[in-house]
Write a protein that binds this ligand. Structure first.
Ligand SMILES: Nc1ncnc2c1ncn2[C@@H]1O[C@H](COP(=O)(O)OP(=O)(O)OP(=O)(O)O)[C@@H](O)[C@H]1O
Ligand SMILES: [Mg+2]
Length: 262
């Protein structure tokens, strides 16, 4: 049995090279996530959250420290990572089905064409998009496009799923629907997820741990282990314990922003 965490980010420090000189973005940042868990990362705007996701995906290599997935050092872009962003960026000239199939084309697959479509259809059905597979992205609502984007991000069964504020642009009701969809996907599929979010309720509803980053250069300021179980429902956010946890997280964000905690 391999006890090493699936995601192991150790003492990572990174600066962007800019015309004005180096811009330190991450400093001695350490995050560990066990296989199959969901880590929600919150922190002030511009502190380095998206930079962190690029390091995990192998799109960038840190100046210092290391990122390991399953014990293996990340040195180049990883095929075993799936990503979804605030803007679903679906290709308008492709149907929803063909958009979802895209990672299989890029990464390569042993599945034949019919099996690939079955795999995509399985996910589209799970998120409630069966019947929309032949539509174009512009024929779908924003929430439906984000659902399709989630299917696309896991169609190739990635080990690690990185979600960079995928629900940020949606209205509250649609966002809560998508949280539920995320739980459904989690029950049906196996992945270890890092979710970047500005929404503390979202971090609590989806996370097994919530990591609060400090202001830039970001380091881990606070980690909350979430005790809500896998069958959590929205009402669980309104218990006294959740209210207290939200309060703690809100105070941590204020500290990260350099504001006084009342
Ligand atoms: N390619 C780049 N070159 C130079 N500076 C960059 C680059 N990408 C990001 N930055 C800077 O690094 C800092 C961190 O950016 P990053 O996008 O990681 O923050 P973030 O926490 O994701 O912000 P937000 O919450 O607004 O999405 C910002 O000051 C940003 O301007
Ligand atoms: Mg960002």
């Amino acid at each position: 049995m391999n006890d090493s965490p699936l995601i192991d980010i150790s003492d990572v420090t990174h600066a962007y090279k800019t015309e004005a000189g180096p811009l330190p973005v991450l400093r001695d940042l350490t995050i560990r996530a066990a296989e199959g868990t969901f880590t929600a990362v919150v922190g002030p705007s511009g502190c380095g959250k998206s930079t962190l996701t690029r390091l995990v995906a192998g799109l960038m290599i840190p100046d210092e420290g290391e990122v390991r997935l399953h014990g293996e050092l990340v040195k180049s872009p990883r095929k075993t990572v799936g990503m979804a962003f605030q803007n679903p960026v679906l290709l308008e000239w492709r149907t929803i089905m063909d958009n979802v199939l895209l990672p299989l084309e890029i990464v390569g697959t042993k599945l034949n064409r019919a099996e690939q479509r079955d795999r995509a259809m399985e996910l589209l059905t799970l998120v409630g998009l069966d019947g929309f597979e032949d539509k174009r992205p512009s024929e779908l609502s924003g929430g439906m496009r984000q659902r399709a984007s989630l299917c696309r991000s896991i169609v190739h069964r990635p080990e690690v799923l990185i979600l960079d504020e995928p629900f940020g642009a949606l209205d509250n009701f649609t966002r809560e629907d998508l949280w539920q969809t995320m739980h459904d996907l989690r029950k049906a599929e196996t992945f270890t997820c890092v979710l970047i979010t500005h929404d503390l309720r979202e971090s609590l509803f989806l996370g097994d741990q919530v990591v609060v980053l400090s202001g830039r250069p970001a380091t881990v300021q606070y980690v909350m282990d979430v005790t809500l179980g896998p069958d959590r429902v929205l009402d669980d956010l309104y218990t006294p314990e959740s209210a207290e946890n939200l309060h703690i997280l809100r105070d941590q964000i204020k500290i990260a922003q350099g504001r006084d905690v009342a």
